[in-house]
Design a protein around this ligand. Sequence first.
Ligand SMILES: NC(=O)c1ccc[n+]([C@@H]2O[C@H](COP(=O)([O-])OP(=O)(O)OC[C@H]3O[C@@H](n4cnc5c(N)ncnc54)[C@H](OP(=O)(O)O)[C@@H]3O)[C@@H](O)[C@H]2O)c1
Length: 237
Amino acid sequence: MAFAEKVALVAGGTGGLGRAASLAFLSAGAHAIVTYRSDREFGDLKIGAGANASRLVGRQTDVTDEAAVQQLFAEITAQHGRLDILVNTVGGYAGGDKLWELDTRIFDQMLALNLRSGYVLARAAAKVMLRQGKGAIVNVASRSALVHEGGLAAYAASKAAAVALMDSLAADLKGSGVRVNSILPSIIDTEANRKAMPGAGFAKWPKPEDIARVILFLCSDDARVIHGAAIPVYGAD
Ligand SMILES: NC(=O)c1ccc[n+]([C@@H]2O[C@H](COP(=O)([O-])OP(=O)(O)OC[C@H]3O[C@@H](n4cnc5c(N)ncnc54)[C@H](OP(=O)(O)O)[C@@H]3O)[C@@H](O)[C@H]2O)c1
């Protein structure tokens, strides 16, 4: 119960990676506040949490909407008086089109889901955590933040910008007791990826639970010397 009494906000906490992170925080004793979009997915998470569901709260929040996120943080601080951990797993993927073929709406969507989500959440969390003099933020970016392949301009740019945002935030937070890091998955063994690539070798894909373990480590005091990092979680195969 390494996170007993800790309050963790997992944005996108019913998604492929978010679900594993939410369940891991609950198993480690934390109170988990999860943002979600689909009632069915939140219901499934509650069932998955079993006896730990008493420490799980869901909020249907669009985390790209700053007013909605401010409202969410006001509720969290009113109820718990603190926020120890923010993990942002909200994101979206679009690939395949060359830049000149890309629908600009997709470009805007990538920036909203992959950059603005972290911007809105991290600045709200930083204000609360600075008051506490302690806190940990993990933002999920992607290998594409570093490796800029063709057909991925909008996605890669949004993830690279998300890493830059967290790096600069880390510099702003230096010495404050609040730590911020990014993680960079390549492909994750999620249900959605299995459906999208039925012929692929799933066995070698990092499991959401394995990446969730890295997230928990980064949020723990054992990781107190890790700040401003962007950590690849590609797996070793
Ligand atoms: N899966 C991979 O292979 C992979 C690889 C590299 C990086 N990543 C990154 O890892 C993170 C998690 O990926 P994932 O596969 O777990 O994604 P996912 O299953 O799509 O989970 C993302 C969650 O965020 C929710 N969401 C979307 N837009 C939102 C919004 N505006 N406000 C609040 N919630 C919103 C989604 O809801 P809906 O389901 O209703 O859309 C979903 O529950 C993302 O940042 C992703 O880019 C994933």
